[in-house]
Design a protein around this ligand. Structure first.
Ligand code: 4NP
Length: 155
């Protein structure tokens, strides 16, 4: 089983979308994966995703209402195989929390799946009401690549 963790700052805007999109795709493809999300901060621990993320997800047929924000924990670095982050601040913060250098290698920018080595960031939409659709599209693209890589590796 592949275990994937999506991480952003608050775990209310971007990473819940990434989790919801990937969950939907693995269900469609019948993949036996575990998917979760977390935040580098605990500011919103226990909260539902941001209403704007819930809305954009719903508009695309993705339900994220069962999610609640939680902070990243040390145990996550052992449990998950891959940790995808949204921006360079997340990358720095998450790598800094990794128990050792080897486990820090599990942490990658999610858009590197689409544009390898270009270090494209998924912008924080928290202060930008119009940013949510673009964020959804970026994460949709990245999750499509992730799932198609898994299909290729079956053969
Ligand atoms: P997220 O967005 O990291 O995509 O969940 C944010 C959510 C909350 C805050 C910042 C970004 N905040 O400052 O509370």
């Amino acid at each position: 089983m592949t275990r994937i963790l999506m991480v952003c700052l608050g775990n209310i805007c971007r990473s819940p979308l990434a989790e919801g999109i990937l969950r939907q795709k693995i269900k469609e493809k019948g993949l036996d994966w575990e998917v979760d999300s977390a935040g580098t901060s605990g500011y919103h621990a226990g909260s539902l995703p941001d209403t704007r993320s819930i809305g954009v997800a719903k508009a695309h047929g993705v339900d994220i209402l069962d999610q609640r924000s939680r902070p990243l924990q040390h145990a996550d670095f052992l449990h998950f195989d891959l940790v995808y982050v949204m921006d360079k601040a997340n990358l720095r913060d998450v790598k800094a929390m990794a128990p050792n250098v080897e486990l820090a290698k599990k942490v990658q920018l999610i858009m590197d799946l689409v544009h390898p080595g270009e270090h494209v960031e998924v912008p924080d939409p928290y202060w930008n009401d119009n940013g949510f659709e673009g964020v959804f599209q970026m994460l949709e693209e990245a999750c499509s690549v992730l799932v198609s890589q898994a299909e290729l590796s079956k053969y």
